[in-house]
Design a binder for this molecule. Structure first.
Ligand code: CTP
Length: 131
C-alpha cells in the first residue's frame, strides 16, 4: 500500500487541479491532500481565497481519486504532516521544483509537470475583466 501526499490551495477549482490529483493518485494506492487554510493562503499568496476552506475541502474530498484530506495550517509543518500521515511519496507540481527536496529524508519527493495555460490567479484576472 503506497501512500501519496500532496498540498495546495485548490481555489476556483480547475482542470489543472484535476490533472495533478489524478496523476498523483496513479503513482500509488492512497491519496492524501493537504488543503491550505484560508489564513495560510493569505500569507502565501497575499490574498484571501475566493472559496473558503470548507468549500475547497468539500470539492476536493468529493473526487473519486482523493482518499483523505486535512487542513494545512503552516508551510513549516510539512515534515510533521509527512510523518503524521505516513506518506511514502510527496507529489507537487513543478512550479515547486527543487523546493521540497530537503524532505526526501522522510519520503520520496516527486514533481509533476503543470497543466499549461491555466491557473487560479489567471482565472480570477479574467473573471475580474468581464464587463
Ligand atoms: N497545478 C497544476 N497545473 C496547473 C495549476 C496548478 O499542476 N495549471 C498544480 C500545482 O502545481 C499544485 C496544485 O495544482 O501542485 C495546487 O496548485 P494551486 O496553487 O492551488 O493552484 P494554481 O492554479 O497554481 O493557483 P495560483 O494561480 O493561485 O498560484
Amino acid at each position: 500500500m503506497k501512500r501519496i501526499i500532496t498540498f495546495g490551495t485548490f481555489d476556483v477549482f480547475h482542470v489543472g487541479h484535476v490533472n495533478l490529483l489524478e496523476r498523483a493518485r496513479a503513482l500509488g494506492d492512497y491519496l492524501i491532500v493537504g488543503i491550505s487554510s484560508d489564513q495560510l493562503n493569505i500569507s502565501k499568496k497575499g490574498r484571501a481565497p475566493i472559496y473558503p476552506y470548507t468549500s475547497r475541502a468539500k470539492i476536493i474530498h468529493s473526487l473519486r481519486f482523493v482518499d483523505e484530506i486535512f487542513e494545512e495550517e503552516s508551510l513549516e509543518k510539512k515534515a510533521q504532516y509527512l510523518q503524521l500521515y505516513k506518506a511514502d511519496m510527496l507529489v507537487m507540481g513543478d512550479d515547486w521544483k527543487g523546493r521540497f527536496d530537503h524532505l526526501s529524508e522522510y519520503c520520496d519527493v516527486h514533481y509533476l509537470p503543470r497543466t499549461p495555460s491555466i491557473s487560479t490567479t489567471e482565472l480570477i484576472e479574467v473573471i475580474k475583466e468581464v464587463p
